[in-house]
Design a protein around this ligand. Structure first.
Ligand SMILES: [Zn+2]
Length: 138
């Protein structure tokens, strides 16, 4: 069983549980996935923001005098956005390519699903979650 974070056209968020990815894709293709709140069939998958750091030595500097967790999260996020490459929704693929040496080693961030993050972690690839969705920047 796998679960996906889903959102309908009316911005209702809910979790969809499916037998496997194929079952999810099939039900999505046939418009069988509907919102439990408003029964809308206009469903999309939500992607979570995440990042991966190829060189753990370059850590974000956090001001210890301001222990506000929200400030800290903002700091980490702005650090990541300034220093990491945004690979958008290709995150999982690119992270894997770097990990296995198919691509040049670098720090990246982007969007991925909970499932993809779980798979990356299972493969020993260290993914750091970002506080907010890694929205694509122009
Ligand atoms: Zn809805």
């Amino acid at each position: 069983m796998i679960s996906f974070d889903l959102e309908c056209g009316n911005e209702h968020r809910f979790e969809g549980i499916f037998r496997d990815y194929e079952s999810f894709a099939d039900q999505m293709a046939r418009g069988m996935v509907t919102c439990p709140y408003c029964e809308s069939g206009d469903i999309k998958r939500l992607f979570s923001g995440c990042s991966i750091q190829a060189r753990p030595s370059t850590a974000a500097v956090i001001d210890r005098k301001s222990p506000n967790i929200f400030d800290m999260m903002r700091l980490v996020e702005s650090y990541v956005k300034e220093n990491f490459d945004n690979v958008g929704s290709d995150f999982a693929e690119t992270a894997r390519a770097i990990y296995y040496g198919a691509e040049e080693e670098r720090n990246i961030y982007g969007q991925s699903t909970q499932e993809e993050i779980r798979e990356l972690l299972d493969e020993g690839i260290h993914v750091l979650p970002l506080p907010s969705p890694g929205t694509a920047e122009n």
